[in-house]
Design a protein around this ligand. Structure first.
Ligand code: NA7
Length: 533
Protein backbone atom coordinates (compact mmCIF):
# COMPACT_ATOMS: atom_id res chain seq x y z
CA UNK A 1 0.00 0.00 0.00
CA UNK A 2 1.30 3.45 -0.90
CA UNK A 3 2.00 5.42 2.22
CA UNK A 4 0.86 9.00 2.41
CA UNK A 5 3.42 11.04 4.33
CA UNK A 6 1.56 14.35 4.00
CA UNK A 7 -1.29 14.30 6.42
CA UNK A 8 -3.80 16.43 8.19
CA UNK A 9 -3.02 14.96 11.58
CA UNK A 10 -0.61 12.78 13.47
CA UNK A 11 -1.60 11.01 16.64
CA UNK A 12 0.91 9.64 19.11
CA UNK A 13 -0.41 6.82 21.28
CA UNK A 14 -2.97 4.05 20.86
CA UNK A 15 -4.30 3.90 24.40
CA UNK A 16 -7.66 5.14 25.61
CA UNK A 17 -7.19 8.67 24.27
CA UNK A 18 -5.39 7.69 21.08
CA UNK A 19 -8.01 5.16 20.00
CA UNK A 20 -10.76 7.69 20.51
CA UNK A 21 -8.78 10.38 18.64
CA UNK A 22 -8.41 7.99 15.70
CA UNK A 23 -12.13 7.28 15.73
CA UNK A 24 -12.95 10.98 15.74
CA UNK A 25 -10.40 11.98 13.09
CA UNK A 26 -11.76 9.36 10.74
CA UNK A 27 -15.28 10.59 11.42
CA UNK A 28 -14.12 14.11 10.44
CA UNK A 29 -12.77 12.71 7.19
CA UNK A 30 -9.19 13.83 7.80
CA UNK A 31 -6.06 12.10 6.60
CA UNK A 32 -3.99 10.97 9.56
CA UNK A 33 -1.60 8.42 10.96
CA UNK A 34 -1.26 7.15 14.50
CA UNK A 35 1.92 5.74 16.03
CA UNK A 36 2.56 3.67 19.08
CA UNK A 37 5.82 2.34 20.45
CA UNK A 38 4.01 -0.79 21.67
CA UNK A 39 3.30 -3.78 19.45
CA UNK A 40 -0.43 -3.49 20.11
CA UNK A 41 -3.21 -1.19 21.32
CA UNK A 42 -3.90 -0.41 24.96
CA UNK A 43 -1.33 2.17 26.08
CA UNK A 44 -1.17 1.91 29.88
CA UNK A 45 -3.19 -1.27 29.67
CA UNK A 46 -0.77 -2.80 27.24
CA UNK A 47 2.43 -1.99 29.14
CA UNK A 48 1.32 -2.45 32.73
CA UNK A 49 0.51 -6.14 32.54
CA UNK A 50 2.16 -6.91 35.89
CA UNK A 51 0.49 -9.38 38.26
CA UNK A 52 -2.53 -7.85 39.94
CA UNK A 53 -2.84 -4.79 37.69
CA UNK A 54 -6.39 -3.51 38.04
CA UNK A 55 -8.43 -0.38 37.41
CA UNK A 56 -9.27 1.69 40.49
CA UNK A 57 -12.29 3.22 38.74
CA UNK A 58 -15.65 1.47 38.58
CA UNK A 59 -15.96 -0.36 35.26
CA UNK A 60 -19.32 1.21 34.47
CA UNK A 61 -17.70 4.64 34.31
CA UNK A 62 -14.32 3.57 32.98
CA UNK A 63 -15.33 3.22 29.37
CA UNK A 64 -16.14 4.96 26.12
CA UNK A 65 -19.48 6.63 25.72
CA UNK A 66 -19.39 7.43 22.02
CA UNK A 67 -21.19 4.37 20.67
CA UNK A 68 -24.53 3.00 21.84
CA UNK A 69 -23.73 -0.21 20.05
CA UNK A 70 -20.50 -0.61 21.96
CA UNK A 71 -22.27 0.11 25.23
CA UNK A 72 -24.78 -2.62 24.41
CA UNK A 73 -22.22 -5.17 23.35
CA UNK A 74 -19.68 -4.98 26.16
CA UNK A 75 -20.41 -6.41 29.61
CA UNK A 76 -17.95 -5.80 32.43
CA UNK A 77 -17.42 -8.78 34.70
CA UNK A 78 -16.31 -6.88 37.80
CA UNK A 79 -16.76 -3.58 39.55
CA UNK A 80 -13.00 -2.97 39.28
CA UNK A 81 -11.77 -4.83 36.21
CA UNK A 82 -8.37 -6.45 35.93
CA UNK A 83 -5.75 -5.41 33.40
CA UNK A 84 -6.44 -8.39 31.09
CA UNK A 85 -10.12 -7.48 30.90
CA UNK A 86 -9.37 -3.81 30.29
CA UNK A 87 -6.86 -4.69 27.61
CA UNK A 88 -9.44 -7.03 26.01
CA UNK A 89 -11.95 -4.20 26.01
CA UNK A 90 -9.55 -1.84 24.21
CA UNK A 91 -8.77 -4.57 21.68
CA UNK A 92 -12.49 -5.13 21.21
CA UNK A 93 -12.96 -1.42 20.52
CA UNK A 94 -10.01 -1.35 18.09
CA UNK A 95 -11.41 -4.36 16.20
CA UNK A 96 -15.03 -3.32 16.23
CA UNK A 97 -14.29 0.11 14.79
CA UNK A 98 -11.43 -1.08 12.58
CA UNK A 99 -8.94 1.30 14.17
CA UNK A 100 -5.80 -0.82 13.85
CA UNK A 101 -5.34 -0.01 10.17
CA UNK A 102 -4.59 3.59 11.19
CA UNK A 103 -1.86 2.71 13.68
CA UNK A 104 1.79 1.94 13.08
CA UNK A 105 2.90 -0.19 16.00
CA UNK A 106 6.46 -0.65 17.26
CA UNK A 107 7.07 2.89 16.08
CA UNK A 108 8.31 5.59 18.39
CA UNK A 109 8.12 9.24 17.40
CA UNK A 110 11.51 10.79 18.06
CA UNK A 111 11.25 14.36 16.76
CA UNK A 112 8.51 16.80 15.91
CA UNK A 113 9.29 20.24 14.47
CA UNK A 114 6.90 23.06 13.73
CA UNK A 115 7.59 24.77 10.42
CA UNK A 116 6.08 28.23 10.81
CA UNK A 117 6.29 29.17 7.11
CA UNK A 118 4.58 26.00 5.93
CA UNK A 119 2.23 25.82 8.93
CA UNK A 120 3.11 22.16 9.35
CA UNK A 121 4.59 19.75 11.85
CA UNK A 122 7.38 17.54 10.56
CA UNK A 123 7.38 14.37 12.55
CA UNK A 124 10.18 11.85 12.45
CA UNK A 125 10.12 8.33 13.84
CA UNK A 126 13.07 6.65 15.53
CA UNK A 127 13.59 4.70 12.31
CA UNK A 128 14.00 7.99 10.45
CA UNK A 129 10.69 8.06 8.56
CA UNK A 130 9.33 11.55 8.05
CA UNK A 131 5.77 12.79 7.89
CA UNK A 132 4.21 16.21 7.75
CA UNK A 133 0.91 17.11 9.34
CA UNK A 134 -1.12 20.18 10.19
CA UNK A 135 -2.07 18.96 13.65
CA UNK A 136 0.05 17.06 16.11
CA UNK A 137 -2.19 15.31 18.62
CA UNK A 138 -0.28 13.79 21.51
CA UNK A 139 -2.14 11.04 23.32
CA UNK A 140 1.12 9.73 24.73
CA UNK A 141 -0.21 9.33 28.26
CA UNK A 142 0.33 10.97 31.62
CA UNK A 143 1.86 7.89 33.24
CA UNK A 144 3.75 6.30 30.41
CA UNK A 145 7.38 7.31 30.87
CA UNK A 146 8.70 4.85 33.48
CA UNK A 147 11.02 6.03 36.21
CA UNK A 148 13.98 3.71 36.73
CA UNK A 149 15.94 4.47 39.91
CA UNK A 150 19.68 4.72 39.34
CA UNK A 151 20.85 1.89 41.61
CA UNK A 152 24.46 1.21 40.65
CA UNK A 153 25.65 -2.27 39.70
CA UNK A 154 22.57 -3.44 37.78
CA UNK A 155 24.76 -4.73 34.95
CA UNK A 156 26.38 -7.30 37.22
CA UNK A 157 23.09 -8.58 38.66
CA UNK A 158 22.45 -12.12 37.38
CA UNK A 159 18.70 -12.15 38.09
CA UNK A 160 15.83 -10.46 36.27
CA UNK A 161 14.95 -6.79 36.67
CA UNK A 162 11.36 -6.04 35.66
CA UNK A 163 9.75 -2.60 35.69
CA UNK A 164 6.01 -2.90 36.19
CA UNK A 165 5.38 -0.45 33.34
CA UNK A 166 7.39 -2.60 30.91
CA UNK A 167 6.27 -5.92 32.27
CA UNK A 168 7.85 -8.92 30.55
CA UNK A 169 4.82 -11.03 29.68
CA UNK A 170 5.07 -14.67 30.63
CA UNK A 171 7.58 -14.28 33.47
CA UNK A 172 6.94 -16.91 36.15
CA UNK A 173 7.45 -15.85 39.76
CA UNK A 174 6.33 -19.10 41.41
CA UNK A 175 8.75 -20.33 44.01
CA UNK A 176 11.18 -17.47 43.36
CA UNK A 177 12.87 -15.03 45.70
CA UNK A 178 11.39 -11.72 44.67
CA UNK A 179 12.09 -8.14 45.71
CA UNK A 180 9.63 -5.31 45.07
CA UNK A 181 10.93 -1.75 45.15
CA UNK A 182 8.11 0.75 45.59
CA UNK A 183 4.83 0.69 47.44
CA UNK A 184 2.68 3.10 45.42
CA UNK A 185 -0.61 2.03 43.83
CA UNK A 186 1.35 -0.31 41.54
CA UNK A 187 3.61 -1.94 44.13
CA UNK A 188 0.59 -2.58 46.33
CA UNK A 189 -1.21 -4.46 43.54
CA UNK A 190 1.88 -6.54 42.78
CA UNK A 191 2.68 -7.36 46.40
CA UNK A 192 -0.80 -8.52 47.39
CA UNK A 193 -1.02 -10.66 44.24
CA UNK A 194 2.31 -12.46 44.33
CA UNK A 195 2.82 -12.87 48.10
CA UNK A 196 1.15 -16.28 48.11
CA UNK A 197 3.04 -17.74 45.19
CA UNK A 198 6.64 -16.64 45.62
CA UNK A 199 9.09 -18.35 47.96
CA UNK A 200 10.22 -15.10 49.55
CA UNK A 201 9.04 -11.56 49.08
CA UNK A 202 11.15 -8.61 50.19
CA UNK A 203 9.32 -5.30 50.03
CA UNK A 204 11.60 -2.27 49.90
CA UNK A 205 9.46 0.56 51.23
CA UNK A 206 10.40 4.21 51.34
CA UNK A 207 6.97 5.73 51.98
CA UNK A 208 4.02 3.93 53.54
CA UNK A 209 0.65 4.53 51.89
CA UNK A 210 -2.95 4.95 52.95
CA UNK A 211 -4.35 2.04 50.97
CA UNK A 212 -8.12 1.63 51.18
CA UNK A 213 -9.76 -1.80 51.04
CA UNK A 214 -11.30 -2.27 47.60
CA UNK A 215 -14.84 -3.55 47.59
CA UNK A 216 -14.86 -5.46 44.36
CA UNK A 217 -17.89 -7.29 43.07
CA UNK A 218 -18.31 -9.79 40.29
CA UNK A 219 -21.12 -9.01 37.89
CA UNK A 220 -23.30 -11.55 36.18
CA UNK A 221 -25.40 -10.48 33.18
CA UNK A 222 -28.41 -9.69 35.35
CA UNK A 223 -26.50 -7.55 37.81
CA UNK A 224 -24.63 -5.78 35.04
CA UNK A 225 -27.90 -5.00 33.28
CA UNK A 226 -28.78 -2.82 36.27
CA UNK A 227 -25.71 -0.71 35.56
CA UNK A 228 -26.39 -0.64 31.85
CA UNK A 229 -29.83 0.77 32.56
CA UNK A 230 -28.05 3.71 34.16
CA UNK A 231 -25.81 4.53 31.21
CA UNK A 232 -27.83 7.49 29.94
CA UNK A 233 -27.53 9.12 33.37
CA UNK A 234 -23.89 8.15 33.95
CA UNK A 235 -22.75 9.32 30.54
CA UNK A 236 -23.94 12.83 31.40
CA UNK A 237 -23.27 12.86 35.12
CA UNK A 238 -19.56 11.91 35.13
CA UNK A 239 -18.70 15.12 33.31
CA UNK A 240 -20.00 17.26 36.14
CA UNK A 241 -18.51 15.67 39.25
CA UNK A 242 -15.27 16.67 40.96
CA UNK A 243 -13.23 13.74 39.66
CA UNK A 244 -15.18 12.34 36.73
CA UNK A 245 -16.75 9.48 38.67
CA UNK A 246 -20.37 8.73 39.47
CA UNK A 247 -19.87 10.00 43.03
CA UNK A 248 -19.06 13.51 44.19
CA UNK A 249 -18.33 15.41 47.40
CA UNK A 250 -21.74 15.24 48.93
CA UNK A 251 -21.34 15.44 52.68
CA UNK A 252 -22.32 18.38 54.84
CA UNK A 253 -19.52 20.45 56.32
CA UNK A 254 -17.31 18.52 58.75
CA UNK A 255 -17.95 21.06 61.51
CA UNK A 256 -21.71 20.75 61.21
CA UNK A 257 -21.50 17.09 62.20
CA UNK A 258 -20.86 15.52 65.59
CA UNK A 259 -17.82 13.25 65.96
CA UNK A 260 -20.16 10.25 65.92
CA UNK A 261 -21.80 11.43 62.69
CA UNK A 262 -18.42 12.02 61.05
CA UNK A 263 -17.34 8.54 62.06
CA UNK A 264 -20.55 7.10 60.65
CA UNK A 265 -19.94 8.84 57.30
CA UNK A 266 -16.33 7.68 57.17
CA UNK A 267 -17.39 4.10 57.93
CA UNK A 268 -19.91 4.26 55.09
CA UNK A 269 -17.23 5.53 52.72
CA UNK A 270 -14.83 2.87 53.92
CA UNK A 271 -17.39 0.13 53.30
CA UNK A 272 -18.03 1.43 49.81
CA UNK A 273 -14.43 0.42 49.12
CA UNK A 274 -13.72 2.84 46.29
CA UNK A 275 -11.98 6.15 45.73
CA UNK A 276 -15.12 7.87 47.05
CA UNK A 277 -13.50 8.13 50.48
CA UNK A 278 -10.95 10.40 48.83
CA UNK A 279 -12.70 12.39 46.11
CA UNK A 280 -16.31 11.82 47.11
CA UNK A 281 -16.25 12.27 50.88
CA UNK A 282 -15.25 15.31 52.91
CA UNK A 283 -13.80 17.90 50.54
CA UNK A 284 -12.46 19.84 53.53
CA UNK A 285 -10.11 16.97 54.21
CA UNK A 286 -8.01 18.12 51.26
CA UNK A 287 -7.88 21.68 52.58
CA UNK A 288 -7.97 21.78 56.37
CA UNK A 289 -4.98 20.16 58.13
CA UNK A 290 -6.90 19.35 61.32
CA UNK A 291 -9.72 17.62 59.45
CA UNK A 292 -7.21 15.86 57.25
CA UNK A 293 -5.41 14.55 60.33
CA UNK A 294 -8.65 13.10 61.71
CA UNK A 295 -9.45 11.37 58.43
CA UNK A 296 -5.85 10.15 58.21
CA UNK A 297 -6.09 8.71 61.71
CA UNK A 298 -9.32 6.92 60.79
CA UNK A 299 -7.52 5.22 57.90
CA UNK A 300 -4.42 4.46 59.99
CA UNK A 301 -6.64 2.68 62.49
CA UNK A 302 -8.10 0.55 59.70
CA UNK A 303 -4.61 -0.32 58.51
CA UNK A 304 -3.31 -1.23 61.98
CA UNK A 305 -6.25 -3.57 62.49
CA UNK A 306 -5.18 -5.68 59.52
CA UNK A 307 -1.60 -6.36 60.60
CA UNK A 308 -0.72 -8.91 63.28
CA UNK A 309 2.74 -7.74 64.31
CA UNK A 310 2.65 -4.25 65.87
CA UNK A 311 6.23 -3.57 64.78
CA UNK A 312 5.36 -4.33 61.17
CA UNK A 313 2.18 -2.28 61.54
CA UNK A 314 4.23 0.73 62.63
CA UNK A 315 6.29 0.43 59.45
CA UNK A 316 3.24 0.20 57.20
CA UNK A 317 1.18 2.94 58.81
CA UNK A 318 1.72 6.23 56.94
CA UNK A 319 2.69 9.27 58.94
CA UNK A 320 4.72 11.45 56.63
CA UNK A 321 1.82 13.04 54.82
CA UNK A 322 -1.94 13.38 55.04
CA UNK A 323 -4.56 11.07 53.60
CA UNK A 324 -5.47 11.92 50.02
CA UNK A 325 -2.62 14.33 49.36
CA UNK A 326 -1.02 11.60 47.24
CA UNK A 327 -2.88 9.15 45.00
CA UNK A 328 -4.96 6.85 47.24
CA UNK A 329 -4.42 3.22 46.25
CA UNK A 330 -7.12 0.59 46.61
CA UNK A 331 -5.95 -2.73 48.00
CA UNK A 332 -7.19 -6.24 48.31
CA UNK A 333 -5.12 -8.19 50.80
CA UNK A 334 -2.09 -5.88 50.79
CA UNK A 335 -1.69 -5.45 54.54
CA UNK A 336 -2.57 -9.10 55.20
CA UNK A 337 0.29 -10.12 52.91
CA UNK A 338 2.64 -8.86 55.61
CA UNK A 339 1.17 -11.38 58.07
CA UNK A 340 2.72 -14.16 55.98
CA UNK A 341 6.03 -15.70 57.01
CA UNK A 342 7.54 -15.34 53.54
CA UNK A 343 6.99 -11.55 53.35
CA UNK A 344 9.30 -8.96 54.89
CA UNK A 345 9.18 -5.17 54.69
CA UNK A 346 12.50 -3.33 54.62
CA UNK A 347 12.65 0.37 55.38
CA UNK A 348 14.66 2.11 52.68
CA UNK A 349 13.91 5.65 53.78
CA UNK A 350 16.48 5.87 56.58
CA UNK A 351 18.91 3.62 54.71
CA UNK A 352 18.31 3.73 50.94
CA UNK A 353 19.01 0.87 48.55
CA UNK A 354 22.77 1.07 47.95
CA UNK A 355 23.37 -1.07 44.90
CA UNK A 356 22.82 -4.24 42.99
CA UNK A 357 25.25 -7.12 43.43
CA UNK A 358 25.50 -10.25 41.34
CA UNK A 359 22.90 -11.85 43.61
CA UNK A 360 20.53 -9.10 44.60
CA UNK A 361 20.28 -5.77 46.40
CA UNK A 362 22.20 -4.25 49.29
CA UNK A 363 20.56 -2.13 51.98
CA UNK A 364 22.41 -0.92 55.04
CA UNK A 365 25.22 -3.40 54.41
CA UNK A 366 22.79 -6.38 54.22
CA UNK A 367 22.64 -8.29 50.96
CA UNK A 368 19.24 -9.59 49.87
CA UNK A 369 19.50 -12.50 47.48
CA UNK A 370 16.82 -12.19 44.83
CA UNK A 371 15.92 -14.03 41.63
CA UNK A 372 13.75 -11.17 40.42
CA UNK A 373 13.75 -7.46 41.31
CA UNK A 374 10.47 -5.77 40.47
CA UNK A 375 10.70 -2.01 40.07
CA UNK A 376 7.33 -0.50 40.91
CA UNK A 377 9.02 2.86 41.00
CA UNK A 378 6.54 4.95 39.07
CA UNK A 379 6.73 7.43 36.25
CA UNK A 380 7.92 10.78 35.07
CA UNK A 381 4.29 11.81 35.14
CA UNK A 382 2.41 14.39 33.11
CA UNK A 383 5.33 15.78 31.15
CA UNK A 384 7.58 12.71 30.75
CA UNK A 385 6.10 11.18 27.61
CA UNK A 386 6.30 14.40 25.59
CA UNK A 387 9.51 15.65 27.13
CA UNK A 388 11.26 12.44 26.11
CA UNK A 389 10.35 13.24 22.50
CA UNK A 390 12.18 16.11 20.89
CA UNK A 391 9.27 18.47 20.26
CA UNK A 392 10.19 21.88 18.85
CA UNK A 393 7.76 24.69 18.32
CA UNK A 394 8.03 28.16 16.83
CA UNK A 395 11.64 29.37 16.33
CA UNK A 396 12.97 25.96 17.30
CA UNK A 397 11.99 26.27 20.96
CA UNK A 398 12.17 22.97 22.79
CA UNK A 399 9.30 21.65 24.87
CA UNK A 400 11.73 19.48 26.81
CA UNK A 401 13.77 22.56 27.74
CA UNK A 402 10.69 24.61 28.60
CA UNK A 403 9.29 21.95 30.92
CA UNK A 404 12.65 21.29 32.51
CA UNK A 405 12.46 24.87 33.84
CA UNK A 406 8.78 25.57 34.20
CA UNK A 407 5.87 23.21 33.62
CA UNK A 408 3.28 25.28 31.78
CA UNK A 409 0.31 24.75 29.53
CA UNK A 410 -3.03 26.28 28.72
CA UNK A 411 -5.87 24.10 30.02
CA UNK A 412 -3.45 21.19 29.74
CA UNK A 413 -4.37 21.15 26.07
CA UNK A 414 -1.98 23.49 24.30
CA UNK A 415 1.32 25.24 24.99
CA UNK A 416 2.23 28.77 23.98
CA UNK A 417 4.87 28.68 21.24
CA UNK A 418 3.70 25.31 19.91
CA UNK A 419 0.95 25.96 17.37
CA UNK A 420 -1.38 23.09 16.52
CA UNK A 421 0.18 20.87 19.17
CA UNK A 422 -2.56 19.29 21.25
CA UNK A 423 -1.48 17.69 24.51
CA UNK A 424 -4.23 15.31 25.60
CA UNK A 425 -3.50 14.31 29.22
CA UNK A 426 -0.83 17.01 29.31
CA UNK A 427 0.10 18.76 32.55
CA UNK A 428 -2.23 21.23 34.33
CA UNK A 429 -5.50 19.50 33.48
CA UNK A 430 -7.51 17.13 35.70
CA UNK A 431 -6.55 14.27 33.40
CA UNK A 432 -3.03 14.30 34.80
CA UNK A 433 -4.17 12.67 38.02
CA UNK A 434 -7.45 13.97 39.33
CA UNK A 435 -9.92 12.28 37.11
CA UNK A 436 -11.48 9.01 36.20
CA UNK A 437 -9.31 8.90 33.11
CA UNK A 438 -11.86 7.87 30.52
CA UNK A 439 -14.08 10.82 31.43
CA UNK A 440 -11.33 13.39 31.00
CA UNK A 441 -9.63 11.84 28.01
CA UNK A 442 -12.85 11.73 26.01
CA UNK A 443 -13.65 15.30 26.98
CA UNK A 444 -10.18 16.47 25.93
CA UNK A 445 -10.19 14.57 22.63
CA UNK A 446 -13.62 16.08 21.89
CA UNK A 447 -12.23 19.54 22.63
CA UNK A 448 -9.33 18.98 20.25
CA UNK A 449 -11.60 17.66 17.50
CA UNK A 450 -14.00 20.57 17.92
CA UNK A 451 -11.04 22.93 17.69
CA UNK A 452 -9.76 21.32 14.50
CA UNK A 453 -13.27 21.38 13.02
CA UNK A 454 -13.58 25.08 13.88
CA UNK A 455 -10.20 25.93 12.35
CA UNK A 456 -11.17 24.21 9.13
CA UNK A 457 -14.63 25.72 8.99
CA UNK A 458 -13.15 29.20 9.47
CA UNK A 459 -10.32 28.76 6.99
CA UNK A 460 -7.70 29.05 9.74
CA UNK A 461 -4.37 27.36 9.66
CA UNK A 462 -3.02 27.46 13.18
CA UNK A 463 -3.97 28.00 16.81
CA UNK A 464 -1.94 28.50 19.95
CA UNK A 465 -2.62 30.11 23.31
CA UNK A 466 -1.24 33.59 23.89
CA UNK A 467 1.41 34.03 26.54
CA UNK A 468 -1.06 36.06 28.60
CA UNK A 469 -3.77 33.38 28.48
CA UNK A 470 -1.24 30.79 29.50
CA UNK A 471 0.01 32.91 32.40
CA UNK A 472 -3.58 33.33 33.50
CA UNK A 473 -4.25 29.57 33.41
CA UNK A 474 -1.03 28.76 35.26
CA UNK A 475 -1.86 31.39 37.89
CA UNK A 476 -5.36 30.04 38.38
CA UNK A 477 -4.06 26.48 38.48
CA UNK A 478 -1.48 27.36 41.13
CA UNK A 479 -3.98 29.32 43.18
CA UNK A 480 -6.28 26.31 43.37
CA UNK A 481 -3.37 23.94 44.02
CA UNK A 482 -1.94 26.13 46.78
CA UNK A 483 -5.28 26.24 48.56
CA UNK A 484 -5.05 22.48 49.10
CA UNK A 485 -2.83 20.28 51.23
CA UNK A 486 -1.48 18.49 48.18
CA UNK A 487 1.34 20.96 47.79
CA UNK A 488 2.67 19.93 51.20
CA UNK A 489 3.31 16.35 50.12
CA UNK A 490 6.23 15.20 48.03
CA UNK A 491 5.16 12.74 45.36
CA UNK A 492 4.82 12.37 41.62
CA UNK A 493 1.79 14.66 41.89
CA UNK A 494 4.18 17.58 42.34
CA UNK A 495 7.05 16.18 40.27
CA UNK A 496 9.09 15.53 43.41
CA UNK A 497 9.80 11.94 42.40
CA UNK A 498 12.01 13.05 39.51
CA UNK A 499 15.27 14.75 40.34
CA UNK A 500 15.45 18.29 39.05
CA UNK A 501 11.83 18.38 37.85
CA UNK A 502 10.32 21.81 38.54
CA UNK A 503 7.78 21.66 41.31
CA UNK A 504 4.14 22.26 40.42
CA UNK A 505 0.97 20.27 40.98
CA UNK A 506 0.77 18.40 37.68
CA UNK A 507 -2.96 18.00 37.77
CA UNK A 508 -5.57 20.73 37.83
CA UNK A 509 -7.57 20.26 41.01
CA UNK A 510 -10.40 22.71 40.43
CA UNK A 511 -12.77 19.87 39.53
CA UNK A 512 -13.64 18.06 36.34
CA UNK A 513 -17.00 19.80 35.99
CA UNK A 514 -15.46 23.27 36.35
CA UNK A 515 -12.64 22.40 34.01
CA UNK A 516 -15.03 21.19 31.37
CA UNK A 517 -16.97 24.42 31.63
CA UNK A 518 -13.79 26.50 31.23
CA UNK A 519 -12.82 24.44 28.16
CA UNK A 520 -16.32 24.81 26.67
CA UNK A 521 -16.24 28.56 27.27
CA UNK A 522 -12.92 28.85 25.45
CA UNK A 523 -14.54 27.26 22.41
CA UNK A 524 -17.80 29.16 22.69
CA UNK A 525 -15.89 32.47 22.81
CA UNK A 526 -14.24 31.71 19.46
CA UNK A 527 -10.96 30.89 21.24
CA UNK A 528 -10.43 34.12 23.10
CA UNK A 529 -6.92 34.10 24.51
CA UNK A 530 -5.70 32.03 21.61
CA UNK A 531 -3.85 33.32 18.60
CA UNK A 532 -5.55 32.05 15.48
CA UNK A 533 -3.90 32.53 12.10
P1 NA7 B 1 4.29 5.92 42.45
O1 NA7 B 1 3.01 6.24 43.11
O2 NA7 B 1 5.17 7.03 42.01
O3 NA7 B 1 5.09 4.95 43.42
C1 NA7 B 1 6.45 4.66 43.21
C2 NA7 B 1 6.99 3.95 44.41
O4 NA7 B 1 8.37 3.67 44.19
C3 NA7 B 1 6.91 4.80 45.67
O5 NA7 B 1 6.66 3.96 46.75
C4 NA7 B 1 8.33 5.38 45.73
O6 NA7 B 1 8.71 5.78 47.02
C5 NA7 B 1 9.12 4.19 45.27
N1 NA7 B 1 10.46 4.55 44.81
C6 NA7 B 1 10.78 5.33 43.75
N2 NA7 B 1 12.12 5.44 43.66
C7 NA7 B 1 12.63 4.75 44.69
C8 NA7 B 1 13.95 4.50 45.15
N3 NA7 B 1 15.01 5.02 44.52
N4 NA7 B 1 14.11 3.73 46.25
C9 NA7 B 1 13.04 3.23 46.89
N5 NA7 B 1 11.78 3.42 46.50
C10 NA7 B 1 11.57 4.18 45.43
O7 NA7 B 1 4.07 5.00 41.15
P2 NA7 B 1 2.99 3.85 40.92
O8 NA7 B 1 3.37 3.17 39.67
O9 NA7 B 1 2.81 3.03 42.13
O10 NA7 B 1 1.66 4.61 40.72
C11 NA7 B 1 1.53 5.60 39.72
C12 NA7 B 1 0.12 5.74 39.34
O11 NA7 B 1 -0.23 4.73 38.42
C13 NA7 B 1 -0.87 5.54 40.42
O12 NA7 B 1 -0.97 6.62 41.24
C14 NA7 B 1 -2.11 5.24 39.66
O13 NA7 B 1 -2.71 6.42 39.21
C15 NA7 B 1 -1.62 4.44 38.52
P3 NA7 B 1 8.42 7.32 47.48
O14 NA7 B 1 6.94 7.42 47.62
O15 NA7 B 1 8.95 8.19 46.37
O16 NA7 B 1 9.16 7.48 48.73
Amino acid sequence: MQRNNHLDAIVVGAGIAGLYAIYRLRELGLSFQAFDAAPDVGGTWYWNSYPGARVDSQSYVYQYWFSDELLKEWDWSERFPSQPETERYLNFVADKFELRQHIRFNTRVAHANWDEAAGLWTVETEAGERYTAKYFVSCAGMLSAPKVPPFPGHEQYKGVIAHTARWPRGIDLKGKKVGVVGTGATGIQVIQTIAGEVAELKVFQRTAQYAVRMNNERYDAKRFAEWRAQYPRLREHVHHTFAGFDFDFHLPSWHSLTPAQRREELEKLWTDGSLAIWVGGFQESLIDPAINEEVSEFVREKIRAQINDPKVAEMLVPRLYGFGTYRVPLENGYYEAFNRDNVEVIDVRATPIERFTEKGLVVNGREFELDVVILATGFDAGTGALARMDVRGRDGRSLTELWSKDIRSTLGLQVHGFPNLFTVAGPLAPSTAFCNMTTCLQQQVDWVMNCITWLRANGKRAIEPTREREDEWVRHHDEVANSTLLMRTKSWYTGDNIEGKPRRLLSYIGGVGNYRQICDEAQASGYQGFKVA
